[in-house]
Design a protein around this ligand. Sequence first.
Ligand code: FE2
Length: 349
Amino acid sequence: MNPTLFNELCLEQLTLSKVTEGETVAVLSRGDERLEYAASFMWAAQKLGASTFHLRLPEPVSAAGDWAVGDVGLGDNPLAVDALKSADMVVDTALMLFSKEQTAIQAAGTRILTAVEPIPLLARLMPTREMRERVEVGEEYLKKARSLRITSPHGTDVTYQLGAYPTMTEYGYTDEPGRWDHWGASFVFTGASDDGVDGTIVLGPGDVLLPFNSYVQNPVQFTIEKGFVRDIRGLAGHSSLDADLLKSYIESFEDPRGYGMSHVGWGLDERARWHGLTQFGGGLGLELRSYYGNVMISTGPNNELGGPNDTPCHLDIPMHGCSLYLDDELIVDKGELTVDEMRPASSGR
Ligand code: FE2
């Protein structure tokens, strides 16, 4: 994309995020990645009368294979953390999500926007106030609920006991002190109490495995008891390849907390596409978390919600065509939202 166009998108983003004259916007990057994002965000911040600087971390010293969430090298760099804490807003293009440092920066009152997806996707999923309102309607429903049940034609029937943890929203911009958000996101989620998930989840073809950034080909059955996945297997008569890959991945962390059940919720953005991974193979797969009517389960850490599990082994799994009930009220009906205020106004849905 023409850098001038991306400058304008960053200006729109920072305007939604209420950057004002006299504020300071820090941009975090790492190595050679996304340097053009930093330039555009700094241009936009200056346009709004804010002060701005670019904090660039070095490349990792060793190439460590699997993705360890949150580790961008800030842990032994207190001066860098202090610089980010001193800003009103941090634009994170390095992905420090789930790190202690991010939590500390938010606690200092700094709002954080993560921007890591490919620029054409950021352009298509430009946040809007209308989308925020729809996501916040979802938040109202989710935070009152005491149980959440997911069913699917593949045989999923799982129940989450809610109430122990807060409900969180992501709508792609951040205008409140200490709040984190992620450009390209439109979803709502919470977590069950630590021992509060029981049942069966059957991943069907087309469900999405992140960070594998792939679609399930062969059904995978998770058996879940008291908040932990106790068994992962393929279904009889099908290849067990996807189940075997999932098991191999989780086992590689040598951390039993990797089998914990993490956040759960649904996506609302009709501009995000289920087939998105066929277009953008890299990135974080945010489009798949956001696409309208997906029901997303996840495994691993729940420290983002205030829980004790901070394992680096994390899977997000947006599922297609599921139904979701809150206290027995149908909210997602086979991939279609049932509440008018959460549906797009102009789509005729
Ligand atoms: Fe996640």
